[in-house]
Design a protein around this ligand. Structure first.
Ligand SMILES: [Ca+2]
Ligand SMILES: [Ca+2]
Ligand SMILES: [Ca+2]
Length: 214
């Protein structure tokens, strides 16, 4: 768990300076766009994470709220308990971003990669303020028995209120992530095990990290 400069940040800085060095020749629109994104990330974002994520899957793409928007609510995609079937429990997380300075209360939803099983829940909102930290409920590896990895999630809001996406019943909550120092959560990236097929034990969502904006 850490805040501020990460290995990713260092890589981004290196890549930015590498791209800057190439500016003598005319950069493509794609390069300019990527450079702008990287500069934005280096300047503004820190990530928050937990230590108890599941071991399967790979980190997928990042999705971010528009500038000046912060996540104030969330919904989760959960596969209902299937008894003897291959269960996956938590499959996806969506964040709902608002701009506190907007008077038209536009809501913008963001989502990283999600599994194919389950239904989306209703949205749970912070009573006020934004999402600033989280806990993940994860089932530890079960060996030859059916695994589900992540099962549920709790968020703490700026006000201190705790809101929960109850999800499925397996596993336990780990410790709290670090907390967004100013502002709140404004981005998401999931670690997802892609669909393994009918005869292989699937787990879908294993871990998640969020990004903070000042
Ligand atoms: Ca297993
Ligand atoms: Ca399966
Ligand atoms: Ca399973």
């Amino acid at each position: 768990m850490h805040t501020g400069s990460s290995d990713d940040g260092e890589d981004n800085k290196a890549e930015v300076s590498m791209l800057s060095g190439k500016l003598m020749c005319k950069p493509s629109t794609l390069q300019l766009g990527r450079m702008a994104t990287l500069l934005h990330m280096v300047q503004h974002y820190s990530s928050i994470s937990v230590a108890n994520g599941g071991p399967w899957g790979t980190w997928t793409w990042t999705d971010m709220c528009p500038e000046h928007f912060y996540a104030m609510g969330f919904s989760i995609k959960v596969e209902e308990y299937g008894g003897a079937d291959d269960d996956t429990a938590l499959n996806g997380i969506r964040l709902y971003c608002i701009n506190p300075n907007n008077t038209d209360s536009t809501v913008y939803s963001i989502e990283s990669d999600s599994g194919k099983f389950g239904q989306w829940s209703i949205i749970t909102w912070c009573p006020r303020g934004f999402l600033v930290s989280f806990q993940l409920k994860v089932e530890t590896p079960q060996g030859i028995i059916d695994d589900t990895a992540a099962n549920g999630i709790k968020f703490r809001c700026t006000s201190g209120a705790i809101i929960e996406g109850v999800g499925s019943t397996f596993g336990d909550y780990g410790g709290w992530s670090n907390t967004c120092i100013r502002g709140g959560i404004c981005g998401i990236q999931t670690k997802l095990e892609s669909y393994q097929g009918a005869f292989v034990d699937d787990t879908a969502l294993n871990d998640v990290r969020f990004f903070c904006c000042d």
